[in-house]
Structures are given as C-alpha cells and as structure tokens.
Design a binder for this molecule. Sequence first.
Ligand SMILES: *[C@@H]1O[C@H](CO)[C@@H](O)[C@H](O)[C@H]1NC(C)=O
Ligand SMILES: *[C@@H]1O[C@H](CO)[C@@H](O)[C@H](O)[C@H]1NC(C)=O
Ligand SMILES: *[C@@H]1O[C@H](CO)[C@@H](O)[C@H](O)[C@H]1NC(C)=O
Ligand SMILES: *[C@@H]1O[C@H](CO)[C@@H](O)[C@H](O)[C@H]1NC(C)=O
Ligand SMILES: *[C@@H]1O[C@H](CO)[C@@H](O)[C@H](O)[C@H]1NC(C)=O
Ligand SMILES: *[C@@H]1O[C@H](CO)[C@@H](O)[C@H](O)[C@H]1NC(C)=O
Ligand SMILES: *[C@@H]1O[C@H](CO)[C@@H](O)[C@H](O)[C@H]1NC(C)=O
Length: 214
Amino acid sequence: MAAFALVVFVFPGACLARHVNQDCGSVFCGSLNISSPFRLKNQPPHCGHRRYEVECDKNNRTTLVLRGGKFLVEEIFYENYTMLVVDAGLDMDDCNSLPLSSAYYYYSYCEKPIQLYPYDNLSLMYVVNCTKPIESALYISASRCRVNSNASSYFYFLDIRTPPSDLSQSFTLEAEVPIRVHNISGMSTLAIYNKLSQGVFLEWRPEYYLKEIR
Ligand SMILES: *[C@@H]1O[C@H](CO)[C@@H](O)[C@H](O)[C@H]1NC(C)=O
Ligand SMILES: *[C@@H]1O[C@H](CO)[C@@H](O)[C@H](O)[C@H]1NC(C)=O
Ligand SMILES: *[C@@H]1O[C@H](CO)[C@@H](O)[C@H](O)[C@H]1NC(C)=O
Ligand SMILES: *[C@@H]1O[C@H](CO)[C@@H](O)[C@H](O)[C@H]1NC(C)=O
Ligand SMILES: *[C@@H]1O[C@H](CO)[C@@H](O)[C@H](O)[C@H]1NC(C)=O
Ligand SMILES: *[C@@H]1O[C@H](CO)[C@@H](O)[C@H](O)[C@H]1NC(C)=O
Ligand SMILES: *[C@@H]1O[C@H](CO)[C@@H](O)[C@H](O)[C@H]1NC(C)=O
C-alpha cells in the first residue's frame, strides 16, 4: 500500500504580487468620481489597485465588496481617505429586506485594506435570527413587515457589547452591522433603519498602496 503525500504549496499570490499600478485618471459611475487607488472592474488591469476595485451596477451605483458583504458607495472623500457607504442589501422600500452586511474595524494586509472609520458615535449591532420571539428590551425587532404569527424566523438587533441574555433560545448571529449611533438602546426599529440608511464611513490606508508603486 503506497501512501501519497500530496503537498500543495499555496502562495499568497494576492499579497506578494506586485502589479504595475497606474493612475489612469478619473472615470465616473453615475456622478461618482472613481480615481486612484480605486478602479472599476471593467477598467484595463493596470489602472488603480486591484484591492480597491469597485463595480458600477446599473451604470450609476458604485458597489464595493468586502469580506462581510456588499456596500453601496455614496461618496468618496479622497482628501481624508474616507468613503460613505450603505449596505447594498438594504432596501428602504422593501420591509422584508434586512441589513446583513458586516463591517469590521480591522483588516489583514492580504484583504482589501478598507475598514470601518472609528468615531465616537459608531456602534456595532448583531442581526440575530431566532426561532422564537424574544421578549427583552435589549433585543430590538429588526422586522419592519407585520410579523406573521407562524413565522419561523424572528430577527432582532442586539448591541454587540450586550451579552446575549436568553440562551435557552436558539438563535444565530447573521451579521455585525455598523450604525452611526453611540447606543441603539431605546431606539425604535424605524429609527434604526433611518440611521442605517444614512450610512457609515469606511477608511482606507494610503500607505498600503503607496508601498506598491514603483
Ligand atoms: C476626480 O477626483 C480626483 C481625486 O480627487 C481629482 O484629482 C480629479 O480632478 C477628479 N476628476 C474630475 C473630473 O472631477
Ligand atoms: C440611476 O439611474 C436610474 C435610471 O437610469 C435613475 O432612476 C436613478 O435615479 C439613478 N440613480 C442615481 C443615484 O443617480
Ligand atoms: C471627510 O471629508 C469630508 C469632506 O470634507 C467630510 O464631509 C467628512 O465628514 C470627512 N470624513 C470624516 C470621517 O471625517
Ligand atoms: C453623539 O450623539 C449624541 C446623541 O445623539 C450627541 O449628543 C453627540 O453630540 C454626538 N457626538 C458626536 C461627536 O457627534
Ligand atoms: C434564519 O434562520 C432560519 C433557520 O432557523 C433559516 O432558514 C433562514 O435562512 C435564516 N435567515 C437568514 C436571513 O439568514
Ligand atoms: C398559521 O398556520 C395555520 C395552520 O397551518 C394556518 O391555518 C394559518 O392560516 C396560518 N396563519 C398565518 C397568518 O399564516
Ligand atoms: C446603552 O444604553 C443603556 C441604557 O441607557 C445602558 O444600560 C447600556 O449600558 C448602554 N451600553 C453601552 C455599551 O454604553
């Protein structure tokens, strides 16, 4: 009996690769100016930086895919390396839509070096998916539709700093959603959705791509 050891070396190519990155000037998606370090998916490969790739959906919506989800880019502030984004899955006109895109305060070099911009009035909340309703002021309903009494899923927002209290219940954490308030405690479901629709700031670190330019 022969034993084969299959050794696969996986090089973190995306991290090591040095691309020739050029500033190809600006392109527009709708009225949004896309300039270096950002690039549109359909631009020639040498333009901008691959890790700062955005897409132009329906010819005027700029979308950014991060590890935790997909975001609509509302504005890019090149002067302070920040951008204002909204969860791309959030539809204010569809009461069934839930915010399910997560964003984080950190990133690793191999990923897109874009992270949440930390400011005072920003907090993170879990979107919790429960099999039964939860009666607790800490859990704010995430459902804007009339909740069916036969529903098999109940969605709530829970501040991530709050330890889950009712552990007898089975639930899953679906997302870690940023919101521009200090504390969601006491807010209504609609007030939370209105805040979410105002978006959050992400920041990028220029030192990461300046290093790659040669
Ligand atoms: C787009 O933004 C870049 C970076 O701020 C700026 O240099 C450029 O002039 C802008 N282009 C247009 C057409 O506004
Ligand atoms: C995008 O284009 C559609 C139709 O082409 C229009 O209805 C919509 O208002 C535009 N959105 C933005 C943000 O420009
Ligand atoms: C970045 O600059 C823009 C325009 O000057 C400003 O509106 C925005 O608040 C700034 N972003 C942050 C996170 O301070
Ligand atoms: C944070 O929010 C509180 C209450 O909404 C407000 O009073 C305070 O001025 C905000 N702080 C900042 C830095 O925006
Ligand atoms: C919520 O959980 C149920 C199972 O309990 C699952 O079928 C459903 O897809 C989940 N919903 C979301 C939005 O993840
Ligand atoms: C709940 O389920 C029962 C039995 O399956 C059904 O008769 C009833 O119409 C359902 N109610 C709703 C609001 O869907
Ligand atoms: C949020 O507000 C509630 C009620 O005011 C308070 O009990 C809780 O400690 C606050 N949480 C944080 C993390 O500030």
